[in-house]
Design a protein around this ligand. Structure first.
Ligand SMILES: *Cc1c(COP(=O)(O)O)cnc(C)c1O
Length: 596
């Protein structure tokens, strides 16, 4: 990649020179380090993995997010599966260098001053992606305002709108104050859409925003790129016009209205982002098509997600690859080279990760699982469309299978959003089914507090990754990609990335979706009993399957490849006409009914 930043700032200097950074990446959450609670789930992981790949491959990028002083939350589960939450308090001042820059914006009709903390994502060759975490806890601010950057996805819609204004408006003004005028601003999900209004404000300054013309709006649009991440309606933030007026004020509100960003008389962040972006994409081929149906008046492209290989590959696999193809760290195409490694070596490299996982399970739950028994993993944010309970639809049938195939172990994990009572009920349901299995050959365990560390141990160590979303709501899914990298096949509904990653019996198995959940569950059981278990029993075939997962899917579903596609198609397309011709064509394969 020929995009290496022309300037090399001293990472130890208190001020990081970002004037040469061409791309600004905005995300409400970013998973930066295991110890920092600045993410909730897949969106933040993807953001973090994208930045880690940008660092490894030398992309001139800078990122902006919020500091989230009280994190998302830590999950506690009672014996019956009842979830409670506690804050994860951290202190940026004792952890990170300051950006040494404050800015002031007008919000809720009063001034708010924002400072920022800098986290450096350091790549394999030392290239740094600076991430600025905006912080409203500044002396002199209104006491209520000082808490605006405390809780990721906490509070009500008013609090959320204030946060999105801080991210978008504050983020742009901070970058400009730091001397960075990005050529491209990437909105990672609609939460960041107000950056377009920030760009517009800067453009017309010192004149007031209402003087912005169509030409100004067009210039902003030529700067912005937008990635939409979910077809689930709740994932698209909407705010009442009264809230818009209260938080953003009359000048910004009238501009938002004048440039056609309102939708159904609401401030809809997805529509703000669509209106002001020259390139829009979904996060897998199918999701691009579904999004194109949702927003027919805007061209929607697809760039399929990936994961940062060095973040998700187990230590034993990292050591193996460092010996065999050390270049894999900056060029993930070398994963194809695992075809030059004996399958038994791959199998032996996976084994310690399973033992490590089972040791963690023992330590956390007291339950001793058997490393010889087929072990499935299912861990994700508990959203009802992800259907964590589908595999437990018929416990009797599952027990029967477990008896027939010499045992079955299912490890589950996931947090429900504190306000999601349906999700919390789902966790309790799983606990109640699991409690009744005591004497059978089937073990189902639900592990507390799914986070980066547990996600790593599960995807590294299980035998099969299970995924049963209601199609087409799983836009991409990335945990199955982490598993594939570690030689773990997926048993999954054909949704999201799996449409592109499934080679039946080679990288895993597809579950055909169906209107009827009972039938869909039956299909899971059939595949488990008649395809997965027989192959697991044949050690030589299973080892070859593991190798296919890495060679075929590891090579592709990584953020090095993904970011390369963003650079080539979204950030710096060879020409606008080529970008337009890559637009997703809707065909009748794209599911329509569920979106009606
Ligand atoms: C990878 C990851 C996710 C996203 O996985 P999905 O398959 O998209 O659900 C969420 N949370 C954590 C902790 C992860 O590591």
């Amino acid at each position: 990649m020929s995009l290496t930043s022309p300037r090399h700032a001293d990472p130890h200097s208190p001020v990081f020179d970002i004037s040469g950074r061409k791309i600004a990446y905005f995300s409400m959450e970013i998973a930066l380090a295991k110890t920092l609670p600045t993410y909730s789930g897949g969106l933040g992981m993807l953001a973090g993995d994208s930045l880690r790949s940008a660092a490894d491959t030398g992309v001139p990028l800078v990122a902006v997010s919020l500091v989230h002083r009280r994190g998302y939350f830590e999950q506690h589960l009672e014996a019956n599966g009842q979830q409670s939450e506690s804050d994860v308090v951290w202190s940026p001042e004792s952890t990170l260098p300051s950006a040494n820059q404050t800015i002031t914006i007008l919000l809720q009709g009063r001034e708010i001053t924002l400072c920022a903390w800098r986290f450096d994502v350091v790549g394999v060759t030392g290239h740094i992606i600076p991430v600025f975490l905006l912080d409203a806890d500044v002396e002199g601010n209104d006491p209520w305002d000082r808490h605006l950057t405390d809780h990721l996805y906490g509070g009500d819609t008013y609090y959320r709108l204030c946060q999105e204004a801080i991210l978008g408006l504050g983020g742009i003004h901070l970058l400009h104050a730091l001397g960075c005028e990005p050529e491209v601003c990437h909105m990672n999900e609609g939460h960041a859409a107000l950056l377009a209004i920030g760009l517009l404000e800067s453009r017309v300054a010192p004149s007031p925003l209402h003087t912005a013309t169509e030409a100004d709006a067009e210039a902003v649009k030529q700067t912005c790129v937008f990635t939409t991440h979910t077809p689930v309606p709740a994932g698209h933030d909407k705010f009442g016009l009264d809230q818009m007026m209260q938080v953003l004020g009359p000048d910004r509100s009238s501009v938002i209205e004048r440039f056609g960003c309102l939708h159904n008389d609401l401030l809809n962040m997805t529509y703000v982002a669509l209106r002001f972006s020259r390139y829009v994409n979904g996060v897998a081929m199918l999701h691009g098509k579904v999004s194109q149906q949702m927003f027919p008046e805007y061209p929607v492209h697809s760039i399929t997600n990936g994961v940062h290989a060095a973040t998700w590959l187990s230590q034993p696999f990292q050591q193996l690859l460092d010996r065999e193809v050390p270049e894999w760290r900056h060029d993930n195409q070398y994963f194809r080279s695992v075809y030059g490694i004996e399958p038994e070596v791959i199998e032996a490299t996976h084994a310690p990760s399973k033992l490590r996982l089972l040791a963690t399970v023992k330590q956390r739950t007291g339950v001793e699982l058997d490393p010889k028994v087929l072990t499935l993993g299912f861990a994700r944010r508990v959203a009802t469309y992800k259907r964590a309970n589908l595999v437990l639809h018929s416990p009797e049938r599952l027990i029967e299978i477990a008896d027939r195939i010499g045992g079955l172990q299912i490890l589950m994990a996931g947090k429900a959003h504190p306000a999601d009572n349906a999700g919390k009920g789902l966790i309790r349901d799983i606990f109640s089914v699991a409690a009744k299995l005591e004497s059978s050959k089937l073990r189902v365990l639900y592990l507390e507090n799914y986070d980066w560390d547990l996600g790593e141990q599960l995807t590294n160590g299980v035998d099969v990754w299970l995924n049963t979303p209601l199609r087409p709501y799983e836009a991409s899914g990335t945990s199955g990609m982490k598993a594939a990298l570690n030689g773990v096949p997926s048993l999954s509904v054909l949704d999201g990335w799996w449409v592109e990653g499934c080679a039946e019996g080679i990288t895993g198995w597809a579950i055909e979706n169906c209107e009827n959940e009972g039938i869909e569950a039956e299909r899971v059981y059939d595949k488990l009993e008649n395809a997965v278990a027989p192959m697991f029993a044949d050690k030589a075939r299973w080892a070859r399957l593991r190798r296919h997962c890495i060679a075929i899917n590891g090579t592709y579903f990584n953020t090095h490849r993904m970011l390369g596609q963003y650079v080539a198609n979204a950030y710096f397309p060879p020409s606008a006409s080529i970008a337009a011709s890559n637009q997703v064509i809707i065909d009748d394969e794209a599911p329509q009914s569920v979106l009606a």
